[in-house]
Ligand binder design. Structure first.
Ligand code: FES
Length: 84
């Protein structure tokens, strides 16, 4: 059985001011478009104490920093391109 993946984006104020809102919208749309909503649990998280590197995204145990709107598609393709 395929493993479920948990992905969390920091919703703390610093990451918010760095644009995580647009990233959240993009991720939701990406998961939907690629029918990954059942495989990948996407949630908001509290501050990850890495504010100066935000917006921050966690995929299982891996933290990815500086997740901007211009980079998010490449990140998702790298992480999930092989399962979609
Ligand atoms: S607000 Fe996102 S790491 Fe602190």
């Amino acid at each position: 059985m395929a493993q479920r993946i948990e992905m969390q984006i920091c919703l703390g104020s610093s990451c918010f001011s760095r644009g995580n809102r647009d990233v959240v919208a993009f991720i939701r749309e990406y998961l939907k478009r690629n029918h990954l909503e059942d495989r990948i649990i996407f949630k908001g998280a509290r501050c990850m104490d890495l504010c100066s590197k935000g917006p921050n995204l966690r995929i299982n145990d891996k933290i990815i920093e500086e997740v901007t709107l211009s980079k998010i598609e490449g990140i998702l393709e790298k992480e999930f391109g092989n399962i979609k």
